[in-house]
Each structure stands twice: as structure tokens, then as C-alpha cells.
Design a protein around this ligand. Structure first.
Ligand code: SF4
Length: 67
């Protein structure tokens, strides 16, 4: 399962970082993105449910999940 953030939609609310800090991070410039080491890669299986929760809770539907 791969995860990405549509930067044209993200409002940098920080919800995904609070729910799943293993996958999402707040950058120094205030934007939120998938951690560099996980970008474009399959995330660890044990993080999938938390990443899905972050996806479901995102107020801007900015989190994209690819199975
Ligand atoms: S929850 Fe959605 S809108 Fe909020 S920081 Fe994460 S991706 Fe952006």
C-alpha cells in the first residue's frame, strides 16, 4: 500500500501527523507530507490501518492511497 498527499488539497491541519506520525510529517515550511523515506514506497504492513484512519479523517480528502 502506497500513500501520498495531494498538495493542491492539503490544508496542513496536522491531523494525519497526529494519527500516524510514522508515515506523515510536518515540514519546516509548514507543509505536511509523507516522510521522505516512505515516498513512493509500500509502507510497512503494520502501519496500514493507521494510515487508512488518517486518510478517512483528513478534512480535505488530500490523502491518496494506492493498493
Ligand atoms: S489530514 Fe489532510 S489536510 Fe490535514 S495535514 Fe494531513 S493531508 Fe493535509
Amino acid at each position: 500500500m502506497k500513500v501520498s498527499i495531494d498538495q493542491t488539497k492539503c490544508v496542513a491541519c496536522g491531523s494525519c501527523v497526529a494519527i500516524c506520525p510514522e508515515v506523515f510529517e510536518m515540514k519546516d515550511d509548514g507543509t505536511v507530507d509523507v516522510k521522505a523515506e516512505l515516498k513512493g514506497k509500500d509502507i510497512p504492513t503494520e502501519l496500514e490501518s493507521k494510515a487508512r484512519e488518517a486518510h478517512d479523517m483528513c478534512p480535505a480528502t488530500a490523502i491518496v492511497i494506492e493498493e
